[in-house]
Design a protein around this ligand. Sequence first.
Ligand code: PAF
Length: 253
Amino acid sequence: MTEVVKSVSEWRKIRKNLSENDIGFVPTMGALHQGHISLLQRCKNDNRVTVASVFVNSTQFNDPEDFKKYPRDFERDLKMLRQAGVDYVFHPDHEEIYADEYRYMVSEKEFSTKLCGAYRPGHFDGVLTVVMKLFNIIRPARAYFGEKDYQQLILIRDMVSNFFMNIDIVGSSIIRESDGLAMSSRNQLLSAEERKKAPVFYKTLNSGKSVSEIINELEKSDFKVDYIEEHFGRIFGAVFLGKTRLIDNAPRN
Ligand code: PAF
């Protein structure tokens, strides 16, 4: 049975009866896809109790338009979470999480200003703050994140380590559509024509060509490039296709 929990106080009553090592956690912003399902399956394999959260976190959107159009369909998400056998779904509203009106935040000063952080000011402050709040509420032993948001994964792992939090951060490889496009909630926002073109992003990123060649090729195919950069033996990219921002990364071969 999947139980929906809306408030921190309700969750704390449930949490009292669970032991330290019981809980695996998959935080999400909803608009679930196979990538989330694979994280949930991994979480279920590793833990006695699986908790997912569905919370579209306003503070990580630097563009209010982007927040407004972010896909939301809780009934559909809940159906998928039930099918995946999730035990608890934490689905708070904004006030429950931000009673402080975002007076307090977790901020990182270096890596969070690179890559996506350079183009989305404040984005990682919002991500780290909500993840810290969710971790303090849920108190999981393990939490699961996809490698599509690689920079996010590194920052969360680093935050947990530097705040001495006793949570294992488990990263999971990118799940792709059959044409190579990385699964993302934002793919729903692509028009039919954009969706056809979208896999060119991954194919070009993964072509082994130089950074400047990749940028040239993507621009020729009508992508607007935010960045293509190499770090830690991987190549990272963020592009716009029409109004939709896509990110991806791959080992550099
Ligand atoms: O990756 C996401 O969906 C979000 O950034 C997260 C981790 C759920 C925080 O809102």
